[in-house]
Design a protein around this ligand. Structure first.
Ligand code: FAD
Length: 319
């Protein structure tokens, strides 16, 4: 039986939603190759996180809980994942396609001489190749079908394309001690986390994004008011970020964050393909733009051709 190893992500004692969505990917793969899904957590003081991971639909959980891993460093994380992957005989190693996943998983692939498939949006049964993957290329304009002939394949998962399985009764948690110690070539200095009372952009069910048409950082204030009324997160186009109107961790798109909320409101965003690549999977898209020809209206479910400075305060008022 093949083993699919899901490396979970966590922060501040919380399991990230993306980890459960990656289990969704793993279950879909397991349904094709009849595999076992093993969850792996690496960190320090992980009891709460492990208990949460144990209910996400994995068949069992392995936890490497040592002070060495208190702060994420790819140089420390990689040998730990490699050791567990070898131990369980993993044929697929999956992790969310986040900054962290993209940082360590290619290193794992190199260490194991494994195949590497990035940004997977679908797993399917190919008539010739068996288990195969779909991934977007060219800013999402084409979908590539990929299969891997390697004994081990590392997969980063575009988690917005996979639903987390329904929570199940907790499975067993197996604590391992690797004793590998700190990597010599890297040292943890600091983690500068952006703290916000709003939901994380990639987890939010409502996202309100602003573009260059807002013309100032102050104008994002009306979007923040709207986000607070709807319990949403704030996003931005790259042009708004480059213009200094919004911080770069708000950027949505090909070179920013990929989001797929229930409701995405694009305000004064033209709808360039690189922006659409990060949000076109949203369930309902609302566009507010004063140019009726703006490409964003081609993907919008609801469009409002209007001046944002007039209508956003009106919407806030009505709400
Ligand atoms: P503009 O294209 O300038 O559009 C502004 C819009 O605001 C216009 O449609 C205008 O009609 C409207 N507007 C103006 N005033 C008002 C008003 N008062 N009320 C209502 N509407 C108004 N972009 C991203 O967003 N994310 C990415 O990750 C990204 N990655 C990129 C990667 C590469 C390699 C490249 C080459 C580009 C990338 N871009 C990305 C940039 C992208 O091509 C666009 O330049 C950018 O998305 C445009 O941002 P915008 O829509 O805010 O600005």
């Amino acid at each position: 039986m093949s083993t699919i190893l899901v490396v979970g992500e966590h922060l501040d004692g919380e399991l990230k939603k993306a980890s459960a969505q990656t289990v969704g990917f793993a279950r879909a793969a397991a349904a094709i190759n009849n595999g076992e899904v093993v969850g792996l957590l690496i960190g320090s003081n992980l009891d709460g996180v492990a208990a949460a991971f144990a209910t996400t639909g994995v068949d069992r959980v392995i936890v490497v809980d040592e002070p060495t891993y208190a702060n994420y460093l790819a140089e420390n994380h990689t040998p730990a994942v490699v050791a567990i992957a070898r131990d369980v005989g993993a044929s697929i190693i999956a992790t969310p396609a986040t900054t962290t996943g993209r940082d360590f998983l290619p290193r794992v692939a190199a260490a194991l001489d494994a195949g590497m498939v990035s940004d997977v949006i679908e797993v399917y049964n190919d008539a010739n190749a068996g288990l195969a993957y779909k991934r977007p290329i060219w800013a999402g304009n084409l979908i590539e079908k990929v299969s891997s002939s390697a004994d081990v394949t590392c997969v980063t998962v575009r988690t917005t394309n996979f639903a987390a399985p329904e929570p199940v009764a907790a499975v067993g948690v197996d604590k391992r001690s690797l004793g590998l110690g700190q990597a010599a070539q890297a040292e943890f200095v600091a983690f500068q986390q952006v703290k916000s009372d709003r939901p994380a952009l990639t987890d939010a069910s409502v996202v309100i994004s602003g573009g260059r048409g807002l013309k100032s950082a102050e104008a994002f204030g009306m979007l923040e008011e709207l986000a607070d009324k709807l319990g949403g997160a704030i996003g931005a186009s790259r042009a708004a970020v480059d213009s200094g109107y919004a911080p770069n961790d708000w950027q949505v798109g090909q070179t920013g964050k990929i989001v797929a909320p229930n409701l995405y409101i694009a305000v004064a965003i033209s709808g360039a393909i690189q922006h659409l690549a990060g949000m076109k999977g949203s369930k309902v898209i609302v566009a507010i733009n004063k140019d009726a020809e703006a490409p964003i209206f081609q993907v919008a479910d609801f469009g409002l051709v209007a001046d944002a400075f007039k209508v956003v305060p009106e919407i806030n008022e009505k709400l």
